[in-house]
Design a binder for this molecule. Structure first.
Ligand SMILES: *Cc1c(COP(=O)(O)O)cnc(C)c1O
Length: 494
């Protein structure tokens, strides 16, 4: 369309009919509340039919279909086949549940759509306050710096980057790791999360520099072996850079002896990083807080809010005890991002100086509003509730002759398997792999899996504020039913 004078009419992406868009928005909000309210009566997960999958192969639209059509496609093709983690019987990996207010907060954040790179605006103050609240919740020093990031993987990378840059003993930002002849080594237990290895690799330290220290029967790092490894590396001329302590391991929820590790780091001048992805939040429950003792001594601390604070994805936080070293590791101010003294480009803290991202979303809002909505004490009670539910499940497992628990369950995670009759480990591994897939396909529950000492385990990680004890009864019943069926089929095949 070209006007008589040769120019195109000016356009916008705003609706031509605001009233219609408003009605559509109300419809969406209504639909989502109904969806969440009725979730328990639907399957946790269901497979995506082939014809629906094909809808995701259509070419990019060139012509408008309109907002209503776009929403209709969401309702038909996306909404019925979600991951399922809002459901009371989803306990896979470590996946938070989300909340209704968290959903609305994400909408509000998108409406005003600020960029939290920096500047003088209230959204930046919201993030700064959330960081302050995190320090208070976890007993971390008030003078520490911090920022919100996408997940604990990124928060671990932030911590390890500062460790490398501040402790390498030369200007890593300038020289890179190219000129380095002395190997910089990083320590953590065998149970440490894979994101630490990825950080070590991305930082150019190489996974050969990662020392995976064995664990004791409680899956806690063996500190005697740790000390021997450090001594051996120093004897080779290597430089021990960082020890990673686990506050809640992903497999079993174990806590390393963080206080003793902090002592060791202090003595040796080694950076102490704690990965508390979900376990850090145990500090909110008075009866669990003792597990986290020593965490507040970490040089850097990584944790998620989208796991055990139940806020919608994505939200996590990195806290750093040394604000100057934090800033020095990341700041890079270009002509077009210098900070002003007044006006919209002012602002005390620019979060882009503290992490990898320049443009940053307003993920702080859902955390800020959620903490206001419920207060920390309620979060502490829910975390305690999750732990007690897992103890309840562990008891069901321990008292059931056909089930076998495969690891201690000190927190909110339990690993077990169906053992049925006399089968060897290899046969049990095969049987439990099949069992878990059938369980998922049944739509009854979604735990995930891991291996404990080579044994395939069904793994329940409870960061779900919607679960009831009865949901764990349902799980046990379904596992036993499917297990028995598989054993019968096995016998019939022989
Ligand atoms: C989940 C998890 C991570 C990674 O966190 P993301 O939010 O998935 O990036 C790191 N460490 C532990 C112990 C975890 O459970």
């Amino acid at each position: 369309m070209v006007n008589l004078n040769g120019t195109h009419p000016e356009e916008t992406l705003d609706p031509e009919d605001w009233q219609a868009m408003r009605a559509l928005g109300h419809q969406m909000v209504d639909d989502m509340f109904s969806f969440l309210q009725t979730a328990p009566s639907r399957p946790v997960w269901q497979p995506i039919p082939g014809e629906v999958r094909e809808h995701f192969l259509t070419p990019v639209p060139e012509q408008p279909a309109g907002a209503e059509a776009a929403y209709k496609d969401f309702v038909q093709d996306v909404l019925p086949y979600p991951m399922g983690n809002f459901h009371p019987r989803f306990w896979g990996w470590v996946t938070g549940t989300g909340t209704p207010l968290g959903m609305l907060a994400d909408m509000l954040a998108a409406a005003i759509n600020p960029n939290l790179a920096g500047g003088d605006h209230a959204p930046n103050l919201v993030e700064a306050q959330v960081v302050d609240w995190c320090k208070q919740m976890l007993g971390y020093p008030p003078e520490a710096s911090g920022l919100l990031v996408s997940g604990a993987s990124m928060a671990n990378l932030v911590g390890l980057t500062i460790a490398r840059n501040s402790r390498a003993g030369y200007d890593v930002r300038k020289q890179g790791v190219q000129g380095q002849t002395q190997r910089l080594t990083v320590y953590g237990s065998k149970e440490m999360h894979s994101s630490i290895q990825r950080a070590v690799e991305i930082l150019g330290l190489g996974s050969n520099s990662l020392r995976l220290i064995p664990v004791n029967d409680n899956f806690e790092m063996d500190l005697e072996v740790l000390k021997i490894a450090i001594t051996a590396d120093k004897a080779l001329g290597y430089q021990p850079l960082c020890i990673v302590g686990c506050a809640g391991t992903v497999n079993t929820g174990a806590f390393d002896d963080l206080n003793t590790i902090a002592d060791l780091c202090e003595r040796e001048g080694i950076w102490f990083h704690v990965d508390g992805a979900f376990g850090a939040m145990a500090a909110l429950a008075p009866a669990l807080r003792h597990l986290t003792v020593g965490m507040e001594r970490a040089d850097s601390l990584a944790f998620d809010m989208h796991k055990w604070l139940y806020v919608p994805f994505e939200a996590a936080c990195a806290l750093v005890r040394h604000p100057a070293e934090h800033y020095e590791a990341f700041t890079l101010t270009a002509d077009y991002t210098t900070h002003a003294r007044r006006g919209a480009a002012a602002g005390e803290v620019w979060f882009s100086d503290l992490g990898l991202q320049l443009s940053r979303g307003f993920r702080a809002l859902k955390v800020w509003m959620s903490l206001k909505e419920h207060g920390t004490q309620k979060y502490g009670r829910l975390i305690q509730q999750n732990v007690e539910q897992v103890r309840y499940l562990a008891d069901l497992i321990d008292t059931h002759p056909e089930l076998e628990r495969l690891a201690p369950a000190p927190l909110n995670i339990v690993c077990f398997r169906y053992q049925g009759e006399e089968l060897d480990d290899e046969a049990l591994n095969q049987l439990n792999v099949e069992l878990l897939m059938l369980l998922h396909e049944s739509g009854v529950a979604v735990p995930s899996y891991t291996r404990i000492g080579g044994k395939y385990a069904i793994r329940v990680a409870n960061t779900n504020h919607r679960s009831h004890r009865a949901d764990f009864d349902v799980l046990v019943q379904a596992v036993v039913e499917i297990g028995r069926r598989l054993v019968r089929e096995r016998a019939a095949m022989r």
